[in-house]
Design a protein around this ligand. Structure first.
Ligand code: F6R
Ligand code: MG
Ligand code: MG
Length: 372
C-alpha cells in the first residue's frame, strides 16, 4: 500500500496590527517556496493558510515523518517570512523562531509540528484543525469526545470496525514522558490525565484493533524551549475520518458548542473557543477569542485530491451556519469571563501563570513582605 505523509508545520513569524493576522506578503513567501518545492518534487501538494498570527504550511509528500528536507523547507520559509516581517516592521517578527542553527528537525526550535504517515486506504478523508491563542490541551476534550464518547460518536456503538476502541498517547509536558492508554477500558484514567489541559496533551491516537494511526497533534511547550513566556503554543491536529473511523460529522460535532481553553490574552486566561471559517480566523477581542479552523481534504495517490486546474480541494468546514450557535456561545462566555477581569477563574491558575510575565512583576514586592 502506498505510504503518504501529511506534514502540518506552523509558526508565528510576525503579524499585522499586533498578534492579529498573518498578512499577504508573508503568505506569498510561503506560496512561492512551496510551489518551488512541488516543482522540484520534494513535496507533492501543499496548502497555505493562516489562523490568526500563525502561518500554516500543510504539505503532502512521500518522505515520511521528521524528514530533514521537509523540515528544512519549512524552516527556511519561516526564516524568509520573518525577514520580510522585520523589513516591514510587522509585529513580533520571528516570534516563534527560538533557535538559530537548524539541525535537521524543527521540533524543539519553536514551530509547531503535526505529522502523520499513512498507508492510503481506498479513500482517505482528513480533517486538519488549527487554533490560535491557546495550546495543545485545547484538543484534549474534543479528542475524548471523538474517539471515546459513544454519546458523541455513534460509530463507537454502531460500527463493528470501531468495536475495539482507540489507544491514546498522552504526553506529560512537565516531565517530558508519555503513556499509552487504551479506551474504553482506561477512559477514566484518560480523563484523569487529560482533564489537566495545561500539562497532559494527546499526541497520537490509534485504532486499537490494528494500530491504524487516526490522529496526531502538535505538543510543543514554547515556554520550556525559551525558558520564558513567548506566547501560547497555538496547536494543530490532523485527524483521519470515515470507514471504520469516526465520520467527518462525528469529528466536527464536539465544536457545535463552545468550551473553555487556556490562552487568550497574554496566554494567561481561560477563553471560549470559537470555531470559524478561515476568513474569520483572526484574533480581535482581548486578543481572541481563541479561534479554531477545520479544513477537510482527501489524500489521493500521494497528494491532496485536486480540481481540474490541479488546485488542491480544501473544504473550510467551520465556514457553515451549523457553527453559528458555538460562535454565539463563545461571545456569551467571553463577555461573562471578561466581566471578571483579572480575578480567577477568568485568569489562569498560579501554576500556568509561572510561565508568563507576571512573576517578574511580583518579584519586586518580595522585600516588602513582613511576617504576619
Ligand atoms: C497571546 C498573544 C497576545 C500577547 C499580547 C501582548 O498568545 O500572543 O495576547 O501576549 O498581545 O503582546 P506583547 O507582549 O507582544 O505586547
Ligand atoms: Mg504573535
Ligand atoms: Mg498565534
Amino acid at each position: 500500500m502506498r505510504k503518504t505523509t501529511i506534514s502540518l508545520i506552523k509558526c508565528d513569524v510576525g503579524s499585522l496590527a499586533g498578534h492579529h493576522v498573518v498578512p499577504e506578503p508573508l503568505l506569498n513567501i510561503a506560496e512561492k517556496n512551496l510551489r518551488k518545492a512541488r516543482e522540484n518534487e520534494l513535496i507533492n501538494s501543499y496548502h497555505i493558510f493562516n489562523v490568526g498570527d500563525d502561518l500554516q504550511l500543510l504539505m503532502v509528500h512521500g518522505r515520511g515523518e521528521s524528514n530533514p528536507e521537509i523540515h528544512k523547507l519549512a524552516w527556511n520559509t519561516f526564516q524568509e517570512a520573518a525577514k520580510k516581517a522585520l523589513e516591514l516592521k510587522l509585529y513580533g517578527a520571528g516570534q516563534d523562531l527560538l533557535k538559530t542553527a537548524f539541525s535537521g528537525n524543527v521540533r524543539g526550535m519553536g514551530p509547531g509540528v503535526a505529522e502523520m504517515e499513512i498507508e492510503e486506504r481506498g479513500s482517505d478523508p482528513i480533517v486538519v484543525f488549527a487554533a490560535d491563542k491557546t495550546s495543545a490541551g485545547a484538543f484534549n476534550l474534543p479528542l475524548f469526545r471523538i474517539f471515546v464518547d459513544p454519546m458523541n460518536t455513534a460509530g463507537l456503538v454502531i460500527d463493528p470496525d470501531m468495536a475495539g476502541g482507540f489507544k491514546f498517547e498522552v504526553l506529560d509536558t512537565m516531565e517530558n514522558k508519555s503513556v499509552v492508554l487504551k479506551c474504553p477500558e482506561e477512559m477514566y484514567e484518560l480523563i484523569g490525565l487529560t482533564g489537566t489541559v495545561g500539562r497532559y496533551m494527546v499526541s497520537r491516537v490509534w485504532r486499537a484493533r490494528d494500530d491504524l494511526i487516526c490522529a496526531v497533534g502538535s505538543v510543543t511547550k514554547l515556554s520550556k524551549i525559551a525558558g520564558k513566556y513567548v506566547g501560547k503554543d497555538d496547536p494543530v491536529l490532523i485527524v483521519r475520518a470515515q470507514h471504520g473511523l469516526p465520520a467527518l460529522g462525528e469529528i466536527l460535532v464536539p465544536f457545535m458548542h463552545s468550551y473553555l481553553v487556556a490562552g487568550w490574552m497574554r496566554g494567561s486566561h481561560w477563553g471560549p473557543v470559537m470555531p470559524v471559517g478561515v476568513k474569520d480566523a483572526k484574533c480581535t477581542v482581548f486578543d481572541g477569542p481563541p479561534r479554531i479552523v477545520a479544513l477537510g481534504l482527501q489524500i489521493s495517490n500521494g497528494k491532496i485530491a485536486s480540481d481540474d486546474d490541479g488546485k488542491p480541494m480544501v473544504a473550510d468546514l467551520f465556514d457553515d451556519p451549523a457553527f453559528d450557535l458555538a460562535k454565539r456561545e463563545a461571545m456569551e462566555y467571553a463577555s461573562m469571563l471578561r466581566r471578571m477581569g483579572e480575578f480567577e477563574p477568568a485568569r489562569l491558575g498560579i501554576e500556568e501563570m509561572e510561565y508568563t510575565t507576571l512573576p517578574q512583576l511580583l518579584r519586586r514586592l518580595e522585600e516588602r513582605f513582613k511576617p504576619f
